[in-house]
Design a protein around this ligand. Structure first.
Ligand code: ZN
Ligand code: ZN
Ligand code: FE
Length: 754
């Protein structure tokens, strides 16, 4: 029989994920000869053998690829046979690299099996890994991704590890963090004073948890504070120490079975939860099945759950039904990730420390996701996802998009892709801002991007905007809600104009007011503001956002005048008369069309929160109080205007809600009627503008779409009405996705301009 030979090129995430050993094993399995190597564009190989075997190779190449690789394209061409007698892995071809860097990956099933196999030489070794799993992004100091440029450079491999590392037939061939108990990183256990304690660290850690102590645990991209989630006293101690009174704590549960005991879990959710990225997944709590302390997530009927993702987590979690695993920081500071820093900052927060000596080069928080409206929705895109590129169709420039002020990420573009940073956080924190600047430099270095232009928000006071202005590069200023709209379109690779319902807390508008309840028509190139929520004055400006009662007072004043606003049955806190004066005289009361403000208002009216301790708290409580068994729906009025955006007037809605509240209706009723009014409004507006603009595509973005009741309902209603509906999935709908949208707009303008 005649032999065939093919030259094959594979592009995508195929480096640093065990792809060459995989190709090697596949070729051996099929009795093929030839070679494989890493090239600047991906992986190249040549295969030679029986025609059937070659065909099987090409068929199986995609199907059986390592779970963490991502094949974008396989190209092959037939060549004349050369009669090699073996299959070999050749040295990498150098050249200008366009390397993709793998995110950190959860321990794979093979390594997990070894971890708990008493006969294995890595039995219970907390740093076991292979080419299919383990740390990547958080230990990389630079490129190429080789051991000397990772924090594993401090650990020379022992003979056994080296032979695995050099054997192409092994799962650990060129696994850069490869290690074992003889040569690799080790654990240590420190007491509250930072003294190293004698004994087996994992046993000491288990004893500390058993005693109800707060344990700081060094992880992959930072430190966690852990405690026994079933120990209410420990959970409350942790809240007190972190000064975090209400925000839900994430749980680490040992496995899927245990998760099912506490939460509803669909097959899609199970896959997301147990996949290699291991985000914190927001799951619906099962009612009254097993007791969990109320203090874990006081306002929410969802629990943030993750499965263990490092071998250390598996060893630590095994004996516990549930551990609290919250990032180790005071409320708004970045997660601690350097040892000295961590010990200093966690002193007083933790009763004990479970540490190891593999340095973390780069901080990466846990990602947060939810499954809603038929897709995974990332709410924080960080560990396990960053820095995997996102599509950016048509982009030919190198752009730096600096992102938002809150929930910051930044974004670099290179070719037709965008590299979104891990979650950076709130830039008004000094340490976070320092990390932000440092990380931008690192990213440019690592990905060999020299930005030609910088894209930023219109807001003059965002620190990211100031950073952009100081860069000395040409600036593209992108309106906040336009960037949200563009983030949805770019992610789904759409270019035609769409109708955007962009609902968030606030963003700087082109008229200098705060926008956030916006109906936009447009695409990456530009937008038209078709409608927006009626402006609400915020008495006390910033204070009104922390104290939603001020917003409620303002809305009542606008809807029913002073008589309604000053009704003593509202029982306003002290200071309300000053706020009313500010409204009457229009001083220190900036205007906002933010949808988040309307949520705050309704929450405050229906008695949830007069003040809040974290953003969105009142809105979350409102959502979770919805009683869908009651009937009724409030109503917006729509005021059409010539050549001006239509006004979505909430005054009739506020009047009805006020009547309900004063008439003794329960909060759940008010919440249900309000949420329905919103979904009705979306449907009505969509229908209205479909006729005017001939547009059938709807984009939903902005932080308010993290309201799952609203997202699911509007999603269903609009699709039932025949619309194509898109919302953010791979990037957050909140400001975490803003930089990606900014990059999309800037790229479009650049290509159009040049
Ligand atoms: Zn592995
Ligand atoms: Zn070793
Ligand atoms: Fe926003």
């Amino acid at each position: 029989m005649s032999k065939k030979r093919f030259s094959v090129t594979v592009t995508g995430i195929v480096q640093g994920v065990g792809f060459r050993p995989y190709v090697y094993r596949l070729a051996l399995d099929l009795g093929l000869t030839g070679w494989v190597l890493n090239s600047p564009s991906g992986v190249e190989c040549a295969i030679e053998g029986e025609q059937e075997a070659c065909a099987a190779f090409l068929a199986r190449l995609r199907e059986e690829a390592p779970r963490v690789s991502r094949i974008d394209e396989v190209c092959f061409t037939e060549q004349a046979p050369q009669g090699e007698t073996a299959f070999t892995i050749l040295p990498s071809k150098s050249g200008p690299r366009r390397t993709l860097i793998s995110p950190d990956l959860a321990i794979c099933p093979d390594c997990l099996a070894e971890l708990f196999a008493p006969a294995d030489r890595r039995y219970r070794y907390p740093f076991i890994n292979c080419t299919n799993c383990g740390p990547r992004f958080t230990i990389m100091e630079g490129l190429p991704y080789d051991r000397p440029l990772t924090t594993m450079k401090h650990f020379p491999m022992c003979e056994a590890c080296r032979s695995e590392y050099e054997d192409p037939a092994q799962r650990r061939f060129h696994a850069q963090p490869n290690a074992c108990a003889r040569c690799g990183p080790a654990l240590s256990f420190l007491d509250a004073a930072g003294q190293k304690m004698p004994g087996e660290p994992l046993q000491l850690a288990a004893a500390a948890l058993q005693a109800g102590q707060i344990l700081a645990v060094k992880g992959l991209g930072g430190y966690h504070l852990a405690c026994d989630a079933l120990n209410e006293a420990a959970v409350n101690t942790l809240r007190g120490r972190k000064l975090r009174w209400h925000k839900p704590f994430a749980l680490m549960l040992p496995d899927v079975e245990q998760t099912r005991r506490y939460c509803e879990l669909s097959s899609e959710e199970e896959e997301l939860l147990s996949g290699p990225r291991r985000p914190i997944l927001l799951l619906k709590r099962k009612e009254g099945v097993l007791p969990l302390p109320a203090a874990l997530a006081p306002d929410s009927n969802r629990l943030g759950v993750m499965l263990p993702y490092t071998p250390l987590h598996y060893l630590l979690c095994a004996p516990w039904p549930a551990l609290v695993m919250t990032s180790a920081n005071f409320s708004d500071e970045p997660i601690a990730y350097e040892d000295d820093d961590a010990l200093n900052r966690l002193f007083g927060l933790a009763d004990a420390f479970l540490l190891h000596d593999r340095p973390i080069f780069r901080r990466a928080d846990d990602s947060v996701a939810v499954w809603a409206a038929d897709a995974p929705r990332l709410m924080r895109r960080s560990r396990g996802y960053a820095p995997q590129p996102l599509p950016l169709r048509g982009c030919r420039s190198q752009i730096l998009a600096v992102g938002s002020q809150e929930k910051n990420t930044f974004c670099l573009t290179r070719g037709q892709e965008a590299i979104l940073s891990q979650h950076i956080g709130e830039l008004d924190d000094v340490m976070t801002y320092a990390q932000y600047r440092q990380e931008i430099t690192h990213f440019c270095d690592m990905f060999k991007v020299q930005p030609e232009v910088v894209a930023c928000d219109l807001h003059p006071d965002y620190l990211s905007t100031r950073y952009a202005e100081q860069s000395g590069l040409p600036l593209f200023k992108v309106q906040h809600h336009h960037a949200h709209l563009a983030s949805v379109l770019a992610e789904h690779e759409l270019c035609d104009p769409a109708l955007g319902f962009i609902f968030d807390g606030s963003g700087y508008g082109e008229d200098g007011h705060l926008w956030g309840g916006e109906v936009l028509y447009g695409n990456q190139a530009g937008f038209k503001r078709l409608a927006h929520l009626r402006y609400l004055p915020l008495p006390g400006a910033e204070a009104a956002i922390r104290e939603p009662w001020r917003q409620a007072l303002s809305a009542l004043y606008a809807a029913g005048g002073e008589e309604l606003a000053a009704d003593e049955r509202w029982r306003w806190p002290a200071g309300w008369q000053v706020a009313l004066l500010a409204l009457r005289q229009r001083i220190n009361a900036p205007l906002s069309s933010g949808m988040g403000r309307l949520f705050d208002t309704l929450a405050a009216l229906s008695g949830h929160y007069q003040t809040v301790s974290y953003e969105g708290q009142a809105a979350i409580a409102l959502e979770h109080s919805i009683d869908d068994s009651v009937s009724g729906c409030y109503r917006f009025a729509i005021e059409e205007r010539e050549n001006e955006p239509a006004i979505l007037d909430w005054r009739p809605l506020i009047l009805s809600a006020a009547r309900d509240v004063l008439g003794g209706e329960r909060a759940g009723t008010v919440a249900a009627r309000f949420h329905r009014a919103l979904s009705e409004l979306c449907l009505q507006i969509a229908g209205r503008f479909r006729a005017d603009y001939g547009v059938n595509t709807i984009a939903l973005s902005g932080g308010c779409w993290q309201n799952l009741w609203l997202l699911n309902r509007v999603w269903q209603d609009l699709r039932a009405a025949g619309f194509d509906v898109y919302s953010n999935s791979a990037v957050p709908a909140n400001d975490g996705g803003l930089s990606y949208g900014q990059a999309a707009v800037a790229s479009w303008r650049l290509e159009a301009g040049g």
